[in-house]
Design a protein around this ligand. Structure first.
Ligand SMILES: [Zn+2]
Length: 153
């Protein structure tokens, strides 16, 4: 098994933190970032997120019902939108990477942002795009050309 260096600072040394569902989590000794080691391959990640139950039904590895969490997420999302509005009162183009079903984008759109999203889960990307009428793609490589005023992750 190949040991991985810290994806943030590049340090090679880490200490084990925990393991869950076959993934070992380690903490970088230099910067204290916690990351999975070994990192799953892009193919393994794709399989994980294409599971249709990831955002609705998989309590172990995903969410029981992401849409049902909107009410709980709203205060957090609104706080972030207030911060963005202070930085960019004129609004503009906003890209949310990892946008799930697009709830953050929905709130941003209602506040005057021109929004787009990236969501690795194909069913969620499709649903967000359909519901909001905006581009939501499964990879940053698939974004239409252009620039964004704000990128959220
Ligand atoms: Zn580090």
């Amino acid at each position: 098994m190949r040991r991985q260096s810290c994806p943030i600072c590049g340090a090679a040394d880490s200490l084990p933190v925990t393991s869950r569902r076959g993934y070992q989590y380690v903490r970088c000794i230099a910067c204290r970032t916690v990351y999975v080691d070994p990192m799953p391959t892009p193919g393994e990640v794709a399989v994980f997120y294409q599971n249709p139950t990831y955002l609705a039904g998989d309590v172990e590895a995903g969410y029981r019902d992401y849409a049902a969490m909107h009410k709980a997420l709203a205060p957090h999302f609104r706080r972030r939108l207030r911060i963005l509005a202070e930085l960019l009162p004129q609004r503009g183009r906003l890209l949310d990477v990892g946008c799930a079903d697009g709830y953050f984008l929905q709130l941003a759109q209602a506040e005057g942002w021109e929004v787009a999203g990236v969501e690795i889960s194909e069913p969620m990307a499709r649903e967000a795009s359909r519901r909001l009428g905006v581009p939501v793609v499964t990879s940053v490589d698939k974004l239409p050309p252009g620039a964004y005023d704000a990128v959220t992750l």
